[in-house]
Ligand binder design. Structure first.
Ligand code: UD1
Length: 309
């Protein structure tokens, strides 16, 4: 039976992947330092996984976690564009040095494939929608620079060492277990909690910025498909993971408010430093290479997320 290492396994996306693989009957080793993730996210399956508490910045700990592993889903990171603007060094060390440590651990231990959580923020603010993987990346904030540099390392390890690596550029993934109460929380979780508490959400800018919000089940499915696809279709490549639809923040706010019976108006303030204005993906490459298609659409995703909180 194959053994999977999931970094960031106690976090939002990592915990969903961990649950899915464990339920499917796979052997999972989970790696997390609980800096943004939580043990609670794995509480129902803790006795069915091997847990390594460790930090991605610790090369020895990462190397130990890679021993005897066939496949790695590298989800661990310090997410958030604004966090990277405020403290670029810490996010650099976790996101880029951490990714390097994972690749070195994979290389030393003969791991077959690494699937890496890359970010749509790499496209930056250039003209041209939808974003496709052939476009030249134009990262703005430190976070996309780190995530993009991680992609380049992934591609290098495929070309130089023959380690099969696949980069999945996530577009604003949302859903159950996304942290709602951190200053660095994704907007969806943040708005839901604020509306539930009767607080006034803040919209940075005019609210007409768009995002290709993508429900978590779609990201999980993309990872499983990318992990199983033939190497000649995916190794050394980068793929968008999204729904291929753009929704504005104002629209998202209206739907959430309706679902939650919230009648307060948002407070508008200035645009957040480092933000991109718009985001919309072309998902053809993932469809063609490994049969990816979004399973849960935007509104259904919102309903499921609201129901969970
Ligand atoms: C970015 C990346 C995404 C990455 C994520 C990691 C892009 C297009 N996407 O998401 O791929 O996974 O970082 O953290 O760059 N906002 C408000 N009020 C709030 C919070 C946010 O108006 O209280 C706005 C932001 O200014 C932004 C939008 O909501 O315009 C989405 O913000 P957020 O959820 O933080 O994600 P991104 O920064 O878009």
């Amino acid at each position: 039976m194959a053994t999977y290492l999931i970094t960031g396994a106690a976090g939002f996306i990592g915990s969903h992947l961990t649950h899915t693989l464990v339920t499917r009957g796979d052997k999972v080793r989970a790696f997390d330092n609980f800096s943004t993730g939580s043990r609670r996210n794995l509480s129902r399956i803790l006795n069915r996984i091997e847990f390594h508490e460790g930090d991605l910045r610790d090369a020895d700990a990462v190397n130990r976690a890679c021993e005897g592993v066939d496949y790695i889903l590298h989800q661990g990171a310090l997410p958030s564009v604004p966090r990277s603007v405020k403290d670029p060094r810490t996010s650099h060390e976790s996101n880029l040095n951490g990714t390097f440590n994972v690749l070195e651990g994979a290389r030393a231990n003969g791991v077959k494939r690494v699937v890496y959580a890359a970010s749509s923020s790499a496209y930056g603010n250039q003209p041209g929608f939808p974003r496709h993987e052939g476009m030249k990346p134009q990262p703005i904030a430190p976070y996309p620079v780190q995530k993009l540099a991680g992609e380049l390392y992934m591609q290098s390890y495929w070309q130089v060492y023959g380690l099969e690596t696949v980069c999945l550029r996530y577009f604003n993934i949302f859903g159950p277990r996304q942290v709602p109460d951190s200053p660095y929380s994704g907007v969806m979780a943040k708005f839901i909690l604020q509306m539930m508490h009767g607080d006034t959400p803040t919209i940075f800018g005019d609210g007409e910025q768009g995002r290709d919000f993508t429900y978590i089940d779609n990201a999980v499915s993309a990872n499983l498909l990318a992990m199983a696809a033939p190497a000649e279709k995916v190794a050394g490549r980068v793929f968008n993971v999204a729904c291929g639809e753009r929704h504005t923040l104002n629209e998202t706010y209206r739907i959430l408010a309706q679902l939650l019976g919230f009648d307060g108006l948002p407070m508008y303030t200035e645009v957040r430093a480092g933000d991109v204005r718009d985001s919309l993906a072309d998902i053809t490459a993932a469809q063609e290479a490994f049969g990816y298609k979004p399973l849960v659409g935007f509104e259904e995703g919102l309903r499921r997320t609201v129901a969970w909180y």
